[in-house]
Design a protein around this ligand. Structure first.
Ligand code: NAP
Length: 221
């Protein structure tokens, strides 16, 4: 049986990813705050949990994230940049997921195809930023994209069949976007999860290190 690991399997998108991977025949291990005290506000505990995960996985998703760092809503203007809010964004959306990257060489299958999807966001694209705003969230996801791309390059040397992608799930109907759905075309978590899994599993190792949306379309870095 193929094995999958889903970080943030209690979230709107993560839960659907875990359910659909199970339906596709994967044995899924979900890791979250409620199941493993896997909280990025306690990096020591995160490292401990990661070190207790043994074996290799065929598919790994990181579906954790926050939009309101330290309880602050995303900024509308650079005039409201706040150090505490920005630091919280970087801790949860960049540093925590990057600690997972550190463990990939050990956790990803080496003797065959292995797929890793990091849930990022289109607003983390610098090339696609035409609106401004949401500075801390954008910056934290842009930094996460850089860490993910760098991991893809490094893993190519030891895991030539690995696929590492940064993924945009669309604007998804989850608690994450409850205040923003009115202004955007939204999709269900089921639809997002299907698109993300299909995209990740269909990309070949030559295209590892790209940034794609849930439809499989490329996004500029
Ligand atoms: N929804 C969208 O439209 C949308 C759009 C673009 C990008 N994304 C990205 O997609 C990912 C998932 O979003 P979602 O809509 O599924 O959000 P969600 O329903 O709010 O789920 C967020 C997940 O992150 C976990 N989490 C939050 N704070 C954490 C912390 N301090 N330490 C460890 N885990 C933490 C949550 O754990 P608990 O269950 O314990 O709270 C939950 O599993 C995020 O990276 C987000 O940036 C979402």
């Amino acid at each position: 049986m193929k094995k999958a690991l889903v970080f943030g399997h209690t979230g709107g998108i993560g839960k659907e990813i875990a359910v659909q991977l199970t339906d596709r025949g994967y044995g899924v291990l979900g890791v979250s705050r409620s199941t493993h005290q896997f909280d990025f506000e306690n990096i020591g505990k995160v490292e401990e949990t990661l070190s207790e995960i043994h074996g290799v996985f065929d598919a790994i998703f990181v579906a954790t994230g926050v939009l309101n760092g330290a309880g602050f809503p995303p900024e509308k203007t650079i005039k409201t940049i706040d150090a505490e809010a920005m630091a919280a964004q970087f801790l949860i959306n960049t540093i925590g997921p990057s600690i997972i990257l550190k463990h990939l060489p050990r956790l990803m299958r080496k003797d065959g195809a292995a797929h890793f999807g990091m849930l990022s966001a289109r607003v983390g694209s610098i090339g696609d930023n035409h609106l401004g705003g949401w500075i801390s969230y954008r910056a934290a996801k842009a930094a996460l994209n850089q860490a993910t791309k760098t991991a893809a390059i490094e893993l190519k040397r030891t895991h030539p069949k690995a696929v590492v992608l940064a993924l945009h799930p669309g604007t998804v109907e989850t608690p994450f976007t409850e205040n923003y759905q009115a202004n955007h075309e939204t999709i269900s978590a089921q639809c997002a999860a299907k698109g993300l899994i299909d995209t990740l599993l269909s990309v070949s190792s030559e295209n590892s290190g790209s940034f794609k949306n849930w439809k499989g379309e490329g996004i500029p870095w």
